[in-house]
Design a binder for this molecule. Structure first.
Ligand code: PEP
Length: 253
């Protein structure tokens, strides 16, 4: 089995003190065969980078600009993320789509910009509860995936097509109500099929992760599904014990 990827999204949580406590507890807990990625708030990226220094734990940004540089106050370019040691960047998280009105078009631009800077985008897709109840899940997610490939097609650059997709049903994020492993797995298959319509080679190898109220109690049941290549973890990633248990389960299943 190819190694799983477990990603911590701290969102806008933490402090310098928390970084000093949490990061050593994660880095010191070795889980061979699992790729772990920490995405702290941007202000803490450099200090986390200095603390990880291990080939097994990687650093990621939570967001990046659509632009490369210039008069964009408050923005951070993907190249800057790379400068402080990031390998990954989360794009299209539902909180950015909902709170900051990021459209599929904006997410597509970030996707290309990140890959042009040599980062691996973690592209979040997923439906709201209302969309699911209206039977729109497939349409919404297909639209989110299509916009990534549309942005690529509009770009003149040649990029290394390495990226991840995180299926994060919006109704499961931070609610304690995770999707069932069966539902997550079925949706992952649907996502892979859609990717294949754009690029069969990418579809064969791309890792699709699940995110939405994953914790140390339910993580194992997701990893029993071969289709689930890892997890994007919010709340539980702020608790080193929980996060490490999830990493352990990812290694063992
Ligand atoms: C997330 O924010 O990406 C997430 C999955 O959060 P939580 O694990 O808290 O549901």
């Amino acid at each position: 089995m190819d190694s799983r990827i477990i990603i911590a999204n701290w969102k806008m949580n933490g402090s310098a003190e928390m970084v000093a406590n949490i990061v050593p507890a994660i880095v010191g807990f070795k889980v061979p065969g699992v790729r772990s990625v920490l995405c702290p708030p941007a202000i803490f990226l450099r200090s986390v980078a200095e603390m990880i220094g291990s080939a097994e734990v990687f650093l990621g940004g939570q967001n990046c600009s659509t632009e490369k540089s210039g008069a964009f106050t408050g923005e951070i370019s993907p190249e800057m993320l790379g400068n402080v040691g990031c390998r990954y960047v989360i794009i299209g998280h539902s909180e950015r789509r909902q709170c900051y009105f990021e459209t599929n078009g904006v997410v597509g631009k970030k996707f290309v910009n990140a890959m042009e800077a040599g980062l691996i985008p973690i592209c979040c897709v997923g439906e709201t509860g209302e969309e699911r109840s209206k039977g729109l899940t497939r349409e919404v997610i297909n639209g989110q995936i299509d916009s990534l490939f549309t942005a690529l097609g509009e770009s003149t650059s040649k990029v290394n097509l390495e990226f991840l997709i995180a299926y994060e049903p919006v109704w499961a994020i931070g609610t304690g109500e995770s999707a069932s492993p069966d539902l997550a797995s079925e949706t992952h298959i649907m996502i892979r099929d859609r990717v294949a319509q754009h690029n069969a080679v990418v579809a064969e190898t791309i890792k699709i992760l699940y995110g939405g109220s994953v914790n140390e109690k339910n993580a194992g049941s997701f990893f029993e599904k071969g289709e689930i290549g890892g997890a994007l973890i919010g709340g539980a990633s702020l608790k080193p014990h929980s996060f490490n248990e999830i990493r352990k389960l990812a290694a063992g299943a």
